[in-house]
Ligand binder design. Structure first.
Ligand SMILES: [Zn+2]
Length: 309
């Protein structure tokens, strides 16, 4: 069966061992998702049921050093090993040579080429693009992914009508910066994302809360953001249309080990719910996400997509 996809990227969330350093050891940290997983979100987790897959995948990509966001995200959204391409793990932003991979092999462009539709659900602001124009800020991978596909960015007027979500899920930060009016609940954000997802071949949402909490090494803050993510994810799962599959994935570990403020070498979770879940059983690392999406895409005329690597 072919699928639409909602891809939720959670920055810096790996699969670690149980212990006081890992807020995910406590089932109460993510109770709603925990009920779906029926296993703690720890190393070696492996759950496979009809329309349901949860497994560890490698984030180190065979390159020495701690995995970083720019190469991890580029790998996720192109299917090409960006860490190998760069010869190292690259932090933060995607300027320079990574753009070559995104431009040529970006998931959004290829979904459009297969006759599908793609959208980035994240809220953007004019201030973001002004900062880039003034060279105070640089492009993230998902910004380049969207831009190189020639797709528009979702702005405040779309946020106000429920068709954009800020990266912190509730929009508290956007509200404090004056780019959104009032914060919303994680449940409302989840239902907004599910609605977008039921209208596009691929809908991407990126959340960085987990990575910031991991770098901060603050246990209570980590639990609070994971609880927010839990409520959000559970609502998306509950709101999925029959042809929509949800993929949740990360680029590297971080928040699962608060004993260090650095990223970790841990595997990351790949969680897929929906009709395409079985197709992801063979994915072993970050390179497998894009080709598997492209091979299982529901295009408007219902024709199964053909992956072109
Ligand atoms: Zn980080």
């Amino acid at each position: 069966m072919t699928s639409r996809f909602i891809l939720i990227f959670l920055d810096g969330l790996g699969l670690g061992s149980a212990g006081p350093q890992n807020p995910l050891s406590d089932p109460a940290t993510m109770p709603h998702c925990q009920a779906l997983w029926a296993h703690p979100l720890l190393a070696e987790v492996q759950v496979q049921r009809p329309r349901f897959l949860l497994k560890p995948i490698d984030a180190t990509l065979g390159v020495p050093g701690l995995p970083q966001s720019a190469t991890g995200q580029t790998t996720l959204y192109t299917g090409h090993n960006a860490a190998r391409f760069r010869g190292k793990h690259q932090t933060g932003f995607a300027n320079g040579s990574l753009r070559q991979l995104i431009e040529a092999h970006g998931l959004f462009k290829r979904v459009l080429a297969q006759g599908g539709t793609a959208t980035l659900a994240n809220l953007y602001s004019p201030a973001y693009f002004e900062a880039i124009a003034q060279r105070r800020w640089r492009y993230s991978v998902c910004t380049l992914l969207n831009m190189t596909a020639g797709l528009p960015f979702r702005m405040q007027y779309e946020y106000e009508r429920g068709t954009a979500i800020f990266w912190d899920i509730t929009g508290e930060i956007a509200s404090s910066r004056g780019i959104a009016t009032a914060p919303i609940t994680p449940e409302l954000a989840g239902s907004y994302l599910a609605t977008l997802g039921n209208h596009h071949s691929i809908t991407l949402f990126e959340c960085y809360l987990s990575d910031y909490a991991g770098h901060a090494r603050a246990y209570d803050q980590a639990v609070a953001v994971l609880q927010r993510i839990d409520r959000f994810l559970a609502t998306v799962v509950a709101s999925l249309g029959p042809q929509t599959s949800l993929i949740v994935v990360s680029d590297h570990g971080n928040v699962e080990n608060l004993a260090t403020k650095c990223h970790t070498l841990n595997a990351v979770p790949l969680w897929v719910v929906g009709p395409a879940a079985h197709a992801f059983t063979t994915v072993e690392d970050l390179t497998g996400i894009t080709p598997t999406i492209l091979a299982n895409l529901l295009t408007p005329d219902g024709v199964k997509g053909i992956a072109q690597k």
